[in-house]
Design a binder for this molecule. Structure first.
Ligand SMILES: *[C@@H]1O[C@H](CO)[C@@H](O)[C@H](O)[C@H]1NC(C)=O
Ligand SMILES: *[C@@H]1O[C@H](CO)[C@@H](O)[C@H](O)[C@H]1NC(C)=O
Ligand SMILES: *[C@@H]1O[C@H](CO)[C@@H](O)[C@H](O)[C@H]1NC(C)=O
Ligand SMILES: *[C@@H]1O[C@H](CO)[C@@H](O)[C@H](O)[C@H]1NC(C)=O
Ligand SMILES: *[C@@H]1O[C@H](CO)[C@@H](O)[C@H](O)[C@H]1NC(C)=O
Ligand SMILES: *[C@@H]1O[C@H](CO)[C@@H](O)[C@H](O)[C@H]1NC(C)=O
Ligand SMILES: *[C@@H]1O[C@H](CO)[C@@H](O)[C@H](O)[C@H]1NC(C)=O
Ligand SMILES: *[C@@H]1O[C@H](CO)[C@@H](O)[C@H](O)[C@H]1NC(C)=O
Ligand SMILES: *[C@@H]1O[C@H](CO)[C@@H](O)[C@H](O)[C@H]1NC(C)=O
Ligand SMILES: *[C@@H]1O[C@H](CO)[C@@H](O)[C@H](O)[C@H]1NC(C)=O
Ligand SMILES: *[C@@H]1O[C@H](CO)[C@@H](O)[C@H](O)[C@H]1NC(C)=O
Ligand SMILES: *[C@@H]1O[C@H](CO)[C@@H](O)[C@H](O)[C@H]1NC(C)=O
Length: 546
């Protein structure tokens, strides 16, 4: 048998004896004349305590004053009309009964003992680690022990705000309340408190509180994050990958993982208001070539959202366009090669290579017309149904010359004295030749290609030389400068005019003489004078070579 069982047994015997006493007493007993008092009356005591009970009466000759109780008792004194007992180990509510006799009549009186005790345990059940905003949260508070239960209340609190107040019922007592979690509840502290109100019994209001529990709420929309990635990414290039999501709460607590294939990226995460943005830079490596998946996994609270995008990592090497000689002498063979990476189709000067990945080649014997000729190579690569183009061009230099184009350099020139003329001669070649024309004998130089005034002494044979590091090319030009003889012309004119005048005069004299004799005369109006014309010097006339 447990000690409480023993106690209950003791209680039962006390009750039986009380009933017996009551039944044995005749109704309206004379003992009532001198009532028996029990002190204290209906006390409220802390559990486990001890206290003194005094049974007293005003009866002049009382007898056998005793105390009936299931509690351990010890007489502590008595006197005329009283007896006091010390009761100890008061653990539960009980009743004590004083009895005695007065003039042969039995007297009785009782007192109810109420035990109070604080709860042993007040505990708020653990909260979810993360509570979604907009969902109901049930707070549960458990209270073990605590008496008297009729005066024990459980209060559920958010911070200092009372959410619910309910009596403690059951053992352990459980109080619950359901609240709709909101953003305001993020980081709020929830707790529960018991109140043992014994103020009506002359004692205080005793409170016991649970440890607070902090709630974290979150809001994560059902939509997946927005992931911006290029569809194609070339090996060696760097791109930024963005993953964003809106309407998050609290955005600063969100965590973002970005992975390319099985490589974790290291995104920089920023939150502004309700929006989170994770940006990572990706440098595609050769090992990752092929179809890859990029995953953005956003975790907030107890939930996560993810977005996936496919991208293709490719390498596009080339085209590399090579000349066997970038500067070749005229007449030599030059090979043009265009090569590119595997799977790349190259087309050199419009002629495609045999197969993708193969180089394209072309050979030529250089002529001067090939100097500065551009060769272009076009490379195409198909990646994920998209065709990428790339081209290169290279310029060939052909070393030739020096030479003088005879068509552009007249070899016979006839010019008038003191006129302005241009010696039009051109030299070709790579490297560019220098062209100079010198008069044979005097070695006087005449300018080439720029206007100059010719003199009579310019007449002669000229040697025009084009000179480059590759040699010399000479063309002979004969220049004939004619004098004007202006004085002689004037004399001839004067003689001719005088001659004309003399002839006319003679003729008139003769005609008048005849007319006087025949009375008929006629004047011939037809002019016989010679016109005097000044002729401009003729332009130099170039004589073309044969
Ligand atoms: C018990 O009560 C009587 C009468 O009121 C009093 O005289 C006596 O001193 C009390 N005894 C104790 C121990 O308080
Ligand atoms: C939350 O609980 C209340 C009743 O306590 C109910 O009316 C409401 O529909 C619940 N809300 C949600 C989102 O479950
Ligand atoms: C305490 O309990 C008693 C007895 O049940 C009752 O009469 C009293 O009103 C209660 N007081 C409070 C504050 O609940
Ligand atoms: C909740 O409690 C923690 C620590 O006990 C405290 O730092 C925090 O400020 C409290 N929160 C609120 C909203 O009072
Ligand atoms: C309950 O509160 C009382 C005072 O109100 C205190 O003496 C007691 O130690 C508390 N109990 C616990 C378990 O904290
Ligand atoms: C990614 O975000 C950064 C900063 O917000 C922005 O500068 C960049 O243009 C974005 N890139 C793409 C591909 O959207
Ligand atoms: C996203 O990340 C979280 C935390 O790292 C993980 O628990 C979850 O399984 C991930 N989700 C997916 C689909 O990979
Ligand atoms: C990515 O590729 C896989 C298989 O190649 C395909 O099943 C999936 O739908 C693609 N995802 C997207 C977002 O295009
Ligand atoms: C092009 O020339 C470079 C050096 O001049 C050489 O390393 C390379 O192999 C050549 N490429 C081809 C395709 O001929
Ligand atoms: C060759 O290309 C260069 C620039 O790459 C250009 O300046 C030049 O005119 C081109 N030559 C010819 C003959 O097209
Ligand atoms: C390169 O070739 C493709 C097709 O082979 C053609 O569409 C494109 O115009 C070419 N580009 C050049 C610059 O020749
Ligand atoms: C080569 O490609 C560039 C752009 O990719 C283009 O601007 C250029 O015109 C192309 N050159 C030739 C010769 O097609």
């Amino acid at each position: 048998m447990s000690p409480s069982g023993l106690l209950r047994g003791a209680c039962r015997t006390t009750l039986i004896s009380l009933l017996l006493v009551c039944c044995l007493l005749p109704p309206g007993a004379q003992g009532q004349k001198f009532p028996l008092r029990v002190e204290p009356q209906n006390p409220v005591l802390p559990a486990g305590g001890s206290f003194l009970v005094n049974c007293s009466t005003d009866c002049p000759n009382p007898k056998l004053i005793t105390l009936e109780t299931s509690l351990p008792k010890k007489p502590v004194g008595n006197g005329l009309g009283w007896a006091a007992f010390q009761l100890s180990s008061v653990t539960s509510d009980s009743q004590v009964l004083c009895s005695g006799f007065c003039d042969g009549f039995q007297m009785t009186a009782s007192s109810d003992i109420t035990v109070y005790r604080f709860p042993e345990r007040v505990e708020l059940a653990p909260l979810p680690r993360w509570q979604p905003v907009g969902e109901n949260l049930t707070l549960r508070c458990q209270v073990a022990g605590g008496a008297p239960r009729t005066n024990l209340t459980v209060v559920l609190l958010r911070g200092e705000e009372e959410l619910s107040r309910q009596p403690a019922v059951g053992e352990p007592a459980e109080a619950t309340v359901t609240v709709l979690a909101g953003r305001d509840d993020h980081l709020a502290n929830f707790s529960c408190r018991t109140e043992l109100d014994l103020r009506s019994r002359g004692l205080g209001l005793f409170q016991n509180s649970s440890a607070p529990r902090q709630l974290r709420t979150f809001a994560l929309p059902v939509t997946p994050p927005h992931l911006v990635v290029p569809r194609l990414l070339e090996v060696g290039t760097t791109w930024s990958v963005n993953c964003t999501l809106d309407r998050l709460f609290p955005a600063s607590e969100a965590q973002v993982q970005l992975a390319l294939g099985n490589q974790m990226l290291n995104p920089a995460v920023e939150s502004h208001g309700d929006t989170i943005t994770a940006t990572a830079t990706v440098t595609a490596s050769a090992e990752q070539e092929g179809a890859r998946e990029i995953v953005c996994n956003l975790t907030l609270g107890s939930d996560s959202r993810e977005a996936r995008e496919n991208l293709t990592i490719y390498s596009f090497w080339g085209p590399i366009l090579n000349l066997s000689e970038s500067s070749a002498s005229e007449g030599t063979e030059v090979t043009v090669t265009c090569a590119a990476g595997a799977r790349v189709q190259v087309t050199l000067e419009g002629v495609p290579a045999a197969a993708p990945g193969q180089p394209a080649q072309l050979q030529l014997i250089t002529t001067e017309r090939d100097d500065r000729r551009n060769f272009s190579c076009n490379a195409t690569l198909e990646v994920d149904r998209e065709i990428l183009h790339r081209n290169r061009s290279v310029q060939l230099r052909v070393l030739y010359g020096p030479k003088i184009d005879q068509a552009k350099c007249p070899q016979r020139l006839t010019w008038k004295d003191r006129t302005t003329n241009v010696l039009r001669c051109q030299a070709q070649g790579n490297p560019d030749p220098e062209l100079h024309c010198f008069q044979e004998g005097s070695w006087n130089e005449v300018p080439v290609g720029i206007p100059f005034t010719v003199m009579l002494n310019y007449s002669g044979t000229y040697s025009c030389r084009a000179v480059s590091s590759r040699g010399t090319y000479t063309v002979t030009v004969v220049m004939n400068v004619q004098g004007r003889n202006a004085h002689a012309v004037t004399i001839v004119m004067v003689v001719l005019v005088t001659l004309g005048l003399v002839t006319t005069t003679a003729a008139l004299v003769y005609v008048f003489g005849l007319q006087k004799r025949s009375d008929i005369y006629q004047v011939n109006q037809g002019s016989t004078w010679l016109p005097l014309t000044s002729r401009k010097p003729e332009e130099a006339v170039g004589e073309g070579p044969s």
